[in-house]
Design a binder for this molecule. Structure first.
Ligand SMILES: [Zn+2]
Length: 219
């Protein structure tokens, strides 16, 4: 996951308390979350929902509250439903959405799972880990099994972009310029706005040479 900065004031349409998913809400959320699902980090998702962080369950206050609205793909919204209210709030700068849950990519495009590990024992971290496990490794229904395979393949594809740069950096005949270019490209891949940034960042943190060079760019 990644941290995001919510902008204010709230979109005007929410004041009318008739719809929580007006065009202005979509546009504002899209900008805040870099056009990515805040749960799975898929960018430019085909089917996007305005997601209620705390399930509103009829409460008008929760339903139209700007601070309760998030940008999620319909698959993550469906998995989260009202079962995962107490997860890490990526819009709270006091909560480190990226470092709280370690994510490592699948071993191959058809790898059966990604590795998901809580890095602290706070209940919301544990709950987030459970949610992400369902999102990325789910096989509890045929539909979810197929869609999680598809999702893991996308993560692997992004991981491959990183591997290309790592390979270039450690090439025995790489020049200082070659290395510099690889580092600059890795800096792009670890940006919060990039798809699956948490996976990419954790791969770099696992590398003793690259971590000291790039950790400071993981905001
Ligand atoms: Zn998603």
């Amino acid at each position: 996951m990644f941290n995001a900065i919510r902008t204010y004031p709230a979109p005007e349409s929410l004041a009318e308390a008739r719809a929580y998913d007006g065009d202005d809400v979509y546009t504002a959320l899209r900008n805040i979350f870099f056009d990515k699902c805040y749960i799975c980090e898929t960018n430019d998702p085909h089917d996007i929902n305005v997601e209620h962080f705390f399930a509103h369950e009829g409460s008008a206050d929760l339903k139209y509250n700007w601070n309760n609205l998030y940008f999620a793909c319909s698959r993550c919204n469906n998995i989260k439903s009202n079962a995962f209210n107490e997860i890490i709030d990526c819009c709270d700068s006091a909560q480190d959405a990226f470092r709280s849950v370690k994510l490592l990519p699948p071993m191959s495009p058809r790898g059966k799972r990604v590795i998901i590990t809580a890095t602290n024992d706070h209940p919301r971290t544990i709950k987030t880990t459970e949610l992400l496990t369902k999102v990325f490794n789910s096989d509890h229904t045929v539909n979810k099994k197929i869609s999680s395979e598809f999702l893991r393949a996308r993560v692997f594809k992004q991981y491959n972009l990183l591997l290309d740069q790592i390979d270039s950096y450690f090439d025995p005949i790489a020049t200082p310029d070659d290395k510099e270019r690889s580092i600059e490209r890795m800096k792009i891949l670890i940006q919060r706005s990039m798809p699956y940034s948490a996976f990419i960042r954790w791969c770099i943190l696992e590398d003793d040479v690259l971590a000291p060079l790039l950790a400071e760019y993981m905001d």
